[in-house]
Ligand binder design. Sequence first.
Ligand code: FNR
Length: 216
Amino acid sequence: MSCRAPATVTIVVRAGAGVIVETSAQMAEYKVGYFVGSLATKSINRLLSKALVRVAPPELQLTEIPFKDLPLYSYDYDETYPPVATAFKDAIAGVDAVLFVTPEYNRSIPGGLKNAIDWASRPYGKNAFTRKPSAVIGTSPGKIGTAVAQQHLRSILAFCNSPQMNSVEAYIQFDDGLISEDGQVSNQSTREFLQNYMAEFHGFIARVYTVLPRTT
Ligand code: FNR
């Protein structure tokens, strides 16, 4: 697992009368695995994930990490993980960062997503989220737009030792027609907000790996 070779951009700063400072910044490319917290065929969070893929900066390569085929976790499996769970953990190991796009169910995250996180976090000492940058986002028809679920998820990810993007927060209220089947966002300000959210996530991932370079 590693990010692809960075492209270098030159930034020119006019620092005063006639003074020009040239510096260069690395716009590294990263693999991001995303989880769609809903298993529903008509999931509005799946639509949101499609929109996020569309507006993400080109340096982020997004792929879904599916979890619907995982059995219910028990530590009885820790001795020998079933192939589906090993493949799931390998998928997380293969990305630089993770993005959670989740609904709110009963003021928390859906059980299927929690089950997936439990699988990823075990066996003890082999937690797949350790030092893996993450971000959370979600949509619901209600006005608070998954805020309570996201707080629960943040608490879980903190325990799993995942550095989390704290800001921008994103609580998206879903109205009919906001996002099409192929991920087009009809409302311009929402589209720009999501675009900025993904740009911020890119910057956050870069900062995490600047401070904490990977050893693998
Ligand atoms: C919900 N819904 C919901 N909405 C919310 O804002 N807060 C909540 O706590 C809940 N709880 C809840 C529980 C269960 C079991 C279901 C099925 C639904 C409504 C929910 O936001 C709505 O169904 C969304 O469409 C769910 O997102 P997906 O699954 O379509 O992506």
